[in-house]
Design a protein around this ligand. Structure first.
Ligand code: XUL
Ligand code: CO
Length: 443
């Protein structure tokens, strides 16, 4: 097969002054930041669905993407050519990992047995390509939202046979993920929700969803799969209301059903903003529960209201994300998966590179800037100082559960309790800017 991307040999680090659009200005995979090479901090992954399968159609217009390596059929030979083009892309773009849905890489056939056989055949080819290239699987997942049978959900379908089909599909997708040495397996419940409460029994749906997840936990140990199980929250789209609304909702659900600690979170930027949260908020909620597993790195357009899945090219946003990642000690099974697609106007194969390069450079910058903020220490010192009254005797007793209303009343009843110290938000924002924009991260 001729090369899918003949216009580029290999994207390499050339430094911040480079004017070569096929180079990295910040991502230098082997450069050490905070004691670890950048590639191991960032654990970049490209996703198969947007990179190879998204023709860039939208609800009003036809696909625009030029994909000369793809004949548009579901033939096995086409699935294998597509996979070859993908591995060429990973190699040339210096991306170490990837993610996929079962139905991205192999088509749905007449029965699940036939679909499984097709998936196995394509996965075998993936295994060979992975072996030859050293590329790794960050996570796999099952597409439980595209086929009409899943129109009313999969794990939350009102139809028990659809539920059973979803479980069987997950079983095989987990098996393939395990075979390919995946670090994780994702549950994104795109249609696990409703558009009207007139026809949905919400508590029953949630109970069913918990059963599916518990069976996945059991299957994981039966398989001997050592990767992590992740839930990816999203508040809506395509459902009007999705049960996995945001980090806090998912954590409450996991606690209620005895799944906390067994399943962690894969948090996506554009899903956070659809839930009217900052990405940083979602990450910190998950991190506080020890449940920050992985990240789908993208961004949205705030004034649009859709999940636009843009490449994460915003350096400040990437810095805030990496501050949380570094604060938790870094990824173990997780990584940064570019769940991102080109704009419909960016139809050339070259644009796949430019999207990933821009995202990788933003996160490499973010990593350096977050490390610089930690080394600088002024912001964390100010945060500690703001809470210092809690470090005294009274604060400690309250935090440890040893205080009562009577004791607290005695402590303040004859005092003139004034305002707390200034929050100094503007000074902190100025310090943040100084470290991030004026500091070493730029170089
Ligand atoms: C959809 C989305 C999914 C998941 C995997 O918004 O983010 O692609 O990441 O199913
Ligand atoms: Co995603």
């Amino acid at each position: 097969m001729p090369a899918a991307f003949p216009f580029v040999e290999r994207v390499r680090f050339e430094g911040p002054e480079s004017r070569n659009p096929f180079s990295f200005r910040h991502y230098d995979p082997d450069a050490v930041v905070d004691g670890k090479p950048m590639r191991d901090h960032l654990r970049f992954a490209a996703c198969y669905w947007h990179t190879m399968r998204n023709g860039l159609g939208d609800p009003f217009g036809m696909p625009t993407a030029l994909m000369p390596w793809d004949d548009g059929t579901d033939a096995l030979s086409n699935c294998l050519h597509r996979a070859d083009a993908f591995f060429e892309f990973l190699e040339k773009c210096s991306i170490d990992r990837f993610c996929f849905h079962d139905r991205d890489i192999a088509p749905e056939m007449g029965t699940l047995r036939e679909s499984n056989a097709m998936l196995d055949r394509v996965a075998e080819h993936f295994a060979q390509r992975m072996q030859a290239s050293g590329k790794k699987l960050l996570w796999g997942t099952a597409c439980l939202f595209a086929h009409p049978r899943y129109m009313a959900g999969a794990g939350t379908s009102p139809d028990v046979r659809v539920f059973a089909h979803a479980c069987a599909q997950v079983k095989h997708a987990m098996e393939v993920t395990h075979r390919l040495g995946g670090d994780g397996y994702v549950f994104w419940g795109g249609r696990e929700g409703y558009s009207s409460l007139l026809n949905r029994d919400m508590p029953r749906d949630l109970g069913h969803m918990a059963r599916l997840l518990q069976m996945a936990v059991d299957w994981k140990s039966e398989l001997g799969f050592r990767g992590a199980l992740f839930i990816e929250p999203k508040p809506r789209e395509p459902s009007v209301h999705q049960y996995d609304f945001d980090s806090a909702t998912v954590l409450g659900f996991l606690r209620e059903h005895g799944l906390i600690g067994k399943v962690t979170l894969n948090i996506e930027t554009n899903h956070a903003t659809l839930a009217a949260h900052d990405m940083e908020h979602e990450l910190r909620v998950a991190a506080a529960a020890g449940a920050l597993g992985s990240i789908d790195a993208n961004m949205g357009t705030p004034n649009c209201g859709w999940d636009t899945d843009q490449y994460p090219t915003d350096y400040a946003l990437a810095t805030r994300v990496m501050e949380v990642v570094l604060a938790t000690g870094g990824f173990t099974n997780g990584g940064l998966n570019f769940d991102a697609k080109r704009r419909r106007e960016s139809w050339r194969p070259e644009d796949l590179f430019h999207g990933h390069i821009a995202g990788m450079d933003a996160f490499a910058f973010g990593l350096k800037a977050a490390a610089a903020l930690r080394a600088d220490g002024r912001i964390s010192a100010a945060l500690r100082a703001r809470y210092s009254s809690w470090d005294g005797d009274l604060g400690r007793r309250i935090e440890q559960g040893g205080a009562s209303f009577n004791e607290l009343e005695r402590a303040v009843i004859d005092e003139q309790v004034g305002p707390p110290a200034s929050g100094a938000q503007e000074r902190l924002e100025d310090t943040w800017n100084a470290v991030v924009w004026d500091g070493r991260a730029r170089r």
